[in-house]
Design a protein around this ligand. Structure first.
Ligand code: GLV
Ligand code: MN
Ligand code: MN
Length: 405
């Protein structure tokens, strides 16, 4: 199939980013505040400069591009992120940033003068520091100081130490002049595909509540310690993981979900009873009361199982966000834009977190979802057609053009 101008531009842009953090079997790993993410941002700035846009970075390493002069006020910001999970896909976040550049090109081509900037945010994924939307949260002032101070990477190095090494200042300056925020993102679920829709207009974003459960038993010889005398932290963790699943299942009627995505176990050798196990627990839902019920259920079950097993525990919140409602006016106008373009569309909530969460309380915020194949995401097999990204670009351009008319 022959590509349109926007399709060719998207193909060229994805090709520039493709080698960064690429894995031999497909997919990418581009963890936040690592060299891979740095390369992604350098690549974004080079690409935007080559397209003729002004580029700049802020005090925490987010990158921006725009055609308008410095100091312009009341612009629309189109943003997303360039970091990835471990063994993720190349569309999560990147599709939204590159779509933003395509929107800038299209507006310039059509001489639509509305001021628009594109943002590529740092550290949207919680894979490295266990906290999400760090770059957008810092420049909007919505990332709590305690969360920033408590965050450390997978090796235990504090996030603040990383920022210091880069010469970044997390408290230097807030983003100025942004009148509203738009984000295009792959859906990361199967609803659009199953409903035959090309465009999703997001109504709300589920709140992630993240916890660390540290279980302390006793590391001992696995041959010499009788079963009746053990305080095995990994066995306690196994029960806790199932308790988290039960909490999620009991709130599934409210579309809430509960996951243990990471287990760290010590000493993690064949011939020792595990003595210390840490679980990362991710509870999410559109209804805050439902998320809190899951949290309470998990705490009750962990207390009981640890008492029964003689295992000590701490259950600490590392990042607690609230469900976010997106701007209703923008939802209507995005639906109208999709309608005018003849693109089948629907309104739906997002179970995944997005940089849009950092903006929703500060300015009108809207999100457009495009389908991804079979809903697969945070997986090397994640895939979206360029034509589907282009559909999202057309919706955003249509919205901006309609407002100018
Ligand atoms: C971001 O991808 C998230 O974890 O929701
Ligand atoms: Mn993601
Ligand atoms: Mn994302």
């Amino acid at each position: 199939m022959e590509l349109t101008t926007t399709g060719s531009l998207l193909r060229e842009l994805f090709a520039r980013f493709a080698p960064i953090g690429a894995l031999p079997g497909g997919g990418v790993t581009r963890l936040a505040y690592t060299e891979r993410e740095d390369e992604m941002h350098a690549c974004f700035r080079d690409a935007a400069r080559d397209l003729g846009f002004r580029v700049w970075t802020d005090c925490v390493g987010n990158s921006y591009a725009a055609g308008f002069p410095e100091g312009t006020q009341d612009y629309t910001l189109i943003g997303s992120h360039l970091d990835s999970v471990i063994e993720g896909g190349e569309y999560d976040g990147v599709a939204g940033v590159l779509a933003g550049l395509a929107v800038l090109c299209e507006l310039r081509e059509r001489r639509i003068g509305t001021p628009v900037a594109v943002a590529a945010f740092r550290c949207e994924e919680s894979s490295n520091f266990r906290v999400c939307t760090v770059g957008s949260g810092l420049v909007t002032g919505t990332l709590e100081d305690a969360v920033l101070r408590g965050a450390s990477d997978r090796q235990g190095v504090p996030l603040l130490r990383h920022l210091e090494c880069y010469g970044f200042d997390p408290h230097a300056a807030l983003l100025r002049g942004c009148a509203r925020y738009l984000e295009l993102h792959i859906e990361q679920g199967r609803v659009l595909q199953e409903r035959g829709c090309e465009i999703g207009v997001v109504s709300a974003i589920a709140a992630p509540h993240r916890f660390l459960l540290r279980l302390r038993g006793m590391a001992e010889h696995s041959g010499a310690t009788p079963m009746s005398l053990r305080r095995d932290s990994l066995c306690a963790a196994a029960e806790a993981i199932l308790a988290v699943e039960r909490a999620g299942l009991s709130e599934a009627v409210n579309d809430s979900v509960a996951t243990v995505g990471c287990v760290e176990n010590r000493p993690n050798v064949m011939n020792a009873v595990p003595g210390e196990t840490t679980l990362q627990i991710d509870l999410r839902g559109i209804r805050e009361d439902s998320v809190v019920r899951m949290e309470n259920a998990v705490r009750r079950e962990v207390e009981a199982l640890c008492a029964r097993r003689g295992v000590g525990f701490t259950l600490d919140a590392v990042d607690v966000k609230h469900p976010v409602l997106l701007d209703e006016g923008l939802q209507k106008r995005l639906c109208a834009a999709a309608e005018a373009l003849g693109l089948p569309h629907m309104v739906l909530p997002s179970g995944a977190g997005h940089d849009a969460m950092s903006f929703a309380e500060l300015c009108p915020t809207g999100m457009v979802f495009i389908p991804c194949r079979d809903g697969v995401s945070h997986n090397v097999h994640e895939h979206t057609e360029l034509s589907q990204i282009e559909n999202g670009v057309r919706v955003l351009v249509r919205l901006l053009a309609a407002e100018q008319a």
